[in-house]
Write a protein that binds this ligand. Structure first.
Ligand SMILES: CC(C)(COP(=O)(O)OP(=O)(O)OC[C@H]1O[C@@H](n2cnc3c(N)ncnc32)[C@H](O)[C@@H]1OP(=O)(O)O)[C@@H](O)C(=O)NCCC(=O)NCCS
Length: 160
């Protein structure tokens, strides 16, 4: 059963979960989260080695309704690899909450900038990111010949 109240959704760090179990669960529900096939972007490394920077949004009934995967590099760049909200839960602030969770964790480890990458024709992702204050840069051939991408960059507040 679906819980209709977004305030009841909990953000749970992946480090509290079994990497193998949560990855399989999210991939099983893939088509409810994504319009295109993103399975290859869900490499186990994002759940095992980098899982400390990821989180899943879960209803009291145990349904996964959004997730974020990312990592902070040694030069203090926070890279937001994947962010998604289940199709029936969008436009209720959950994407923003997941982003905030990642930003706060990244900033607490010393990151000063967060970057994500989107396809140039991904209107919702670009609108969402610009609402959060991201600047955009078209990166030609970013993902290979003919595969341009938009690099989205936001500043993070200094912590402490
Ligand atoms: C992008 C995505 C994560 C946004 O999640 P969400 O929970 O719907 O986002 P929020 O409710 O926090 O939206 C915050 C603001 O972003 C903007 N926004 C979000 N989705 C939008 C859309 N489809 N079209 C235009 N603006 C949008 C709006 O300004 C929105 O505020 P409003 O609802 O008060 O107008 C979601 O659409 C999604 O999962 N898309 C598929 C995966 C994807 O593209 N991921 C890449 C993310 S960079």
């Amino acid at each position: 059963m679906t819980d209709p109240d977004p305030a009841d959704v909990a953000i749970v760090g992946l480090s509290e979960l079994s990497a193998t179990v949560i990855r399989a669960r999210l991939l099983d529900a893939h088509d409810r989260f994504w319009d295109t096939d993103t399975r290859t972007l869900h490499d186990p490394v994002w759940f095992n080695q980098f899982g400390g920077f990821g989180a899943v949004a879960t209803t009291p009934g145990g349904e996964d309704v959004g997730y974020v995967l990312g990592v902070v590099t040694a030069d203090r760049l926070a890279y937001l690899h994947l962010l998604t909200v289940r199709e029936d839960r969008r436009r209720a602030g959950l994407g923003s909450r997941l982003c905030r969770w990642f930003d706060e964790l990244a900033a607490s480890t010393g990151a000063r900038v967060v970057q994500a990458v989107a396809r140039p024709d991904d209107g919702p992702a670009l609108a969402f990111s610009s609402r959060l204050g991201a600047s955009t840069h078209l990166s030609v051939d970013h993902a290979g010949p003919g595969a341009d991408r938009v690099v989205l960059t936001r500043s993070l507040p200094a912590v402490g």
